[in-house]
Design a protein around this ligand. Structure first.
Ligand code: ZN
Length: 62
């Protein structure tokens, strides 16, 4: 059988989303840095944290 397994999203993603809901700031929700924010995905994470958290969420930088 061919493996057609889809990527499962880790539960960490849900936690992150629900954890930071409501407060809409232009700062990284992890380190509070407003530099190099990644708004492309409405994540509001700075690039630094994005690299770390991105992997957990399921994003990959190309
Ligand atoms: Zn950050």
């Amino acid at each position: 059988m061919a493996g057609g397994e889809k990527r499962k999203k880790p539960s960490a993603m849900k936690k992150l989303w629900t954890r930071y809901k409501g407060k809409g700031g232009r700062k990284c929700r992890f380190c509070g840095n407003a530099r190099g924010l990644v708004r492309s995905y409405n994540l509001r994470i700075c690039r630094r944290c994005f690299r770390e958290v991105g992997e957990q969420i399921g994003f990959r930088k190309y």
